[in-house]
Design a protein around this ligand. Structure first.
Ligand code: PAP
Length: 340
């Protein structure tokens, strides 16, 4: 089914009659009504995805997003880490948690929270955690400040409470080739036994149409890319590859952007290097907290740490697949100023 530019272009004469047979049990009446008229696609790790505000999601995610959009009250000092899944979210959450809390928790202390907890537990997502608990509205007003949140939803779906505030939003983006490989391998690990695993060709076909959860990737990336140009004091756009290339430089940029710059004493005392070490792929992958346990009772923590490399895509793409994705990137991102 082709993606439409708005969800309202579907009329009530084409309801999704199969909805009642799906995972609609815990959905509100409002959400079920909405789903009946949204464009629908075959899912990957869910039976179906629905197009809500130009992005594909499973039903439970749409319910959570609606609740988030209705109820979330931003504070001007909130920090929001945004990304497509598999773009470096876990890493960026860890880095930002360590930067912002470095006066409470020294990055070199042996019992730092990041040594005993997965970064997703320390920095929960709006749509999976806070607002993902069926229809319950969370009380998050008294979380320690500055509050740090994660989200995989695009800029245009963030509530006005955020976009009209002084919140700091940091987006991390990844080369679509590596992003695709990381995403495809991850989803195949979490697909329930009732659904088929996707071959890389089938997965790429869907990814190239934008038909994956939180896709199309170009719509998502461009939503933050454009805002980062319009509101550079509020939205910082980062690339995974840049961080891998010079993490020291980007850590300072991030700290400065968030209003937590490193002073010269910290610089000479090696605080930056301690944070880099604490959050390094090698260190995080080997922690008990990341080898064991699950996120959302579905995603094993160990699956958030695979290779952590730039360019691994060459081991997974045929020449035909490379040509196909290059063309999509050119078609969808060409002229935007965003390139990889
Ligand atoms: P999520 O959105 O599901 O949380 P996310 O953390 O964005 O996933 O992305 C996971 C990718 O980041 C994995 O990439 P790979 O499949 O190509 O290996 C993972 O290995 C990588 N990653 C996780 N932690 C780090 C880290 N500390 N440093 C660098 N890369 C990391």
């Amino acid at each position: 089914m082709a993606a439409t530019s708005t969800t309202t272009s579907f009329t009530k004469s084409h309801p999704n009659v199969e909805l009642e047979n799906e995972e609609s049990e815990n959905l509100s009446h409002e959400c079920r009504e909405l789903l009946l008229y949204l464009p629908k696609e075959k899912g990957w790790d869910f039976p179906y995805f629905y197009l809500y505000q130009d992005i594909w999601y499973p039903p439970t995610r749409i319910q959570a997003i609606i609740s988030f959009q209705k109820h979330f009250q931003a504070k001007d000092n909130d920090i929001i880490i945004a990304s497509l899944p598999k773009s470096g979210t876990t890493w960026l959450k860890a880095l930002i948690f360590a930067i912002v809390n470095r006066n409470r928790f020294s990055p070199s202390q042996h019992n730092h929270p990041l040594l005993i907890s997965n970064a997703h537990d320390l920095v929960p997502f709006f749509e999976f955690n806070h607002y993902g608990n069926n229809q319950q509205i969370p009380d998050i007003s008294d979380l320690p400040e500055p509050r740090i949140f994660g989200t995989h939803i695009p800029f245009h779906s963030l509530p006005d409470s955020i976009t009209k505030s002084k919140c700091k939003i940091i987006y991390i983006c990844r080369n679509p080739f590596d992003h695709f490989v990381s995403f495809w391998l991850f989803i195949n690990k979490v697909i329930p036994p009732s659904l088929p695993k996707l071959s890389r060709e089938e997965a790429l076909e869907r990814y190239s149409r934008g038909a994956n959860e939180f896709g199309p990737f170009w719509t998502h990336m461009l939503s933050y890319w454009r805002e980062s140009k319009v509101m550079p004091n509020n939205v910082l756009f980062l690339k995974y590859e840049d961080l891998k290339g010079d993490i020291n430089f980007y850590l300072k940029i991030v700290a400065e952007f968030l209003g937590f710059p490193f002073n010269s004493e910290e610089e000479s005392n090696g605080v930056i290097e301690s944070i880099i070490e604490l959050c390094s792929f090698e260190k995080m992958k080997e922690l008990e907290a990341n080898k064991k346990g699950e996120f959302m009772q579905k995603y094993e923590n160990k699956n958030f740490f695979r290779k952590g490399e730039v360019g691994d895509w060459v081991n997974h793409f045929s020449p035909g697949m490379q040509e196909k994705l290059s063309k999509v990137i050119e078609d969808k991102l060409g002229g935007s100023g965003l390139s990889f």
